[in-house]
Design a protein around this ligand. Sequence first.
Ligand SMILES: NC(=O)c1ccc[n+]([C@@H]2O[C@H](COP(=O)([O-])OP(=O)(O)OC[C@H]3O[C@@H](n4cnc5c(N)ncnc54)[C@H](OP(=O)(O)O)[C@@H]3O)[C@@H](O)[C@H]2O)c1
Length: 250
Amino acid sequence: MNYIIITGASKGLGEALTQKLIQKENHLICIARTKNNNLIDEAEKNGVKLDYFEYDLNNTTGVEELSNKIFTNIDKGNAKTISLINNAGVVDPIKLVDNVYTNEIQKSLNVNVVAPMILTSAFMRFTADLKIEKRVINISSAAGKSPYPGWGCYCTSKAALDMFTQCIGAEQAEVEFPTKALSFAPGVIDTEMQVQIRSSKQEDFPLINTFVGLKEKGRLLQPAYVADKVIELLFAEEFKNGSIVDIYKL
Ligand SMILES: NC(=O)c1ccc[n+]([C@@H]2O[C@H](COP(=O)([O-])OP(=O)(O)OC[C@H]3O[C@@H](n4cnc5c(N)ncnc54)[C@H](OP(=O)(O)O)[C@@H]3O)[C@@H](O)[C@H]2O)c1
């Protein structure tokens, strides 16, 4: 069985990923604040195991406990591979840095960095004794590499996630059965996150017209296309630990 934990499974890229991974050989473990009944029904119809945890990853103090609940559903003896896709993310607050306040900064960093770090750390402890393929894909962004005015929290969080990925690569380099981590910048995807970006104010996000233009010119990637690329990486022979992969450079 391939055990695959997917955060942010309720919509956007996470939903597309989950949908494509509804296959007999997979046991899916989904996390999001809201339930996606279509996914649950589809899995049931196809006889595929899917556990769904409605959880707010901004509540970082409970993530360790959430991890423990998740791992009790995993039968180590039956695991062929085990993976974690840290996909849940928030772009807000979309505001210049002098306009953002404590709660907004905390929420961005909690969901985009702290929760993925806690989940990954718990994942590594749980799987330490397993002599199988253990992979973490962190869904990052090109915004982790370039400063976008108005996205101070988002860019910072994705840069942190990329560095976290690289640290795992360095730490696990000499481990016999390592956890392998990879950061993936998925391109500009046609999801609710882009709707939110296009509905921001020019004064908060000076680059808004670039993103409006991408949509108008039909340049956004479809979630299903991006999900295929993530799944290819998830099961690829070649998975360079600590690497940062950009969809436009595949
Ligand atoms: N869309 C793009 O153009 C783009 C570009 C680069 C990178 N990315 C990255 O790709 C990933 C997926 O983005 P997307 O475009 O699919 O975004 P989306 O459509 O807004 O979906 C975000 C997902 O994250 C979950 N989520 C958000 N806050 C959460 C919280 N507090 N607790 C638990 N789950 C939470 C949402 O579920 P609930 O609302 O149900 O909780 C949802 O399933 C993100 O990491 C994003 O940064 C996206």
